[in-house]
Structures are given as structure tokens and as C-alpha cells.
Design a protein around this ligand. Sequence first.
Ligand code: ZN
Length: 292
Amino acid sequence: MPESAILLPMRDNDWTRVLGWPGYKVYRHEIDEPGKRLKLWVRRKRANKLLVCSGCGKPTGEIVASYEREVRDLPCFEYLTTVVVELYRVRCPDCGVKAEKVSHLPSKAPFSQRFEDAVGQACESAAASRVARQFGLAASTVRAIDQRYLQRWAATRRKSALRQMGVDEIFMGKKQKFITVVSNLKTAEPLWFGAERKKETLDEFFAKQLSPFQRSAVQAACVDMWEPFKQSIEQWLPNCRIIYDKFHVRREKALNHSGCKSHPGTGSLHPVAIGAAVEVTKRLEPPVKRVA
Ligand SMILES: [Zn+2]
């Protein structure tokens, strides 16, 4: 063991290395042993001069004021860790006086990006209430963090082109009734959810989510035998092949042959939607509710 490791106390310089916020250095730290809390004060390193406007994302030079923000970061061993960051308000030629943009701080909420990422990842395998207990947060806070985490994920990932689309409805219960789900059949990924299962529902997807070029690139659509979906596809994608899902055709035939009253689409679940969409519906519970 090197001698320096035994003799020297933990310095701010060491905390800078442990914290690992690129471009920032720790200039003060406080350890509350009984409360098991660690607090680090950080500011920009001298070389880290580039200030970016949070309004437009453009670089800007003029500092108007400085202020501090305290955010929760990942824990350090048993210690709940918070970081007090020195920040600047800058004058942007386009936006006026704005807060600077800092990559470690994704929103105005008092959390660092990697803390939000940890909460979002925990939400992938557990209910919000359980994640809330694990991190000592309110369930509503966890849901808000998870939503931001998903938005960041959706904004940065590469999306595959939509060539073969699946359209189906999911029965959500007596109150909500149906939602419409559009999936990319190639990637088995649900792309969009809309309230109800009308022609107008699917019309909205075509109008708002796809550009004319993207619409022209869709080669085939796999639907169940629900007439409004067929009408919408024929209107928006005149050159697209409509393929009836075998599962639904057989089901329709069986119902007709057995003399049962046919309910096209009722309770039908597309194979793609069953796996992926139901999972995502559960996770995206607040947005789906808002759609209703
Ligand atoms: Zn700006």
C-alpha cells in the first residue's frame, strides 16, 4: 500500500476524482456521520469555460450572476450524497438572461442525471411504489423521474424506419375501453398509443406522427378485421398492402361458423402487442391515462 494512502486525509482533490463530474471540481465537503450524509460543493474547473444557454443550447460568454443549486446524486457507500453546484446565469443574444445548461443536471428537479438514470432503470423491473421506498422518495417523484428518463431515452435512441406496421386495439377495461396501438412489426416495438379505436384515432397517428415521406415508405400494414382501421389506412397509405392477421381471420370464421355473434376486434390482441405493448402500457401508465 502506498504510504500516501495511509498518511493523508481525504482531500477535496480526491473527492473530485471520486465524484467524477467531468469539468467540475470539489472545493468543499462535509460528512455528517450520525446522519449518514455526504455533501460536496462543486464548481467549474478553470479550463471548463464554455457556457451554454439553457434556452437555445448555443454557447454564450457573458455571465450575469452566479448561484447555487443542491441536487441529489448517487449514494456513496452508506451515505446519502448531495452535490451543491455553483452555476451561472448568462446573457444570451437570442434568449436574454437564462440559466446555463449543465449536462449533469437534466431538469429543474433537484437530482443529478445519473441519479435519475438509476431511478429510471429501477422502474424497469419494479413498481414505482417499490422504487420510491428503495430511494426514499415519494412515488409521484419517482414517476416524474421515470417519465423524464424515458423521454431522454426516446429522444436519443436511433429509431428504425417503419416499413411494416401493425395496428391493433387493446381492451383496457370497462371505463377506458379500448386504446389503439401502432407497432413496428420488424422491431416488434410499439410506437404509439391513441385513445379509443376509431378511424379518427389512427388518422391522428398518420397525420401527426409520420411525415409524407414516412407514410410513403410503409409497405404493409397488418391489421385485424376492424373496419375503421382499414378505412384509415386506405385513406393515408393508398399504396400500402393491407394484410389481415391470420389469427383474427380464423377467429372471425370460427365465430361465424359456430353461429356466435361476431364482434370484430373485441378483445383481440395482436401477437406483437401482447408482449411489448402491454408491458409498455403498464410503464407508461400516466400518459396513457391522460390520453383518455
Ligand atoms: Zn439562448
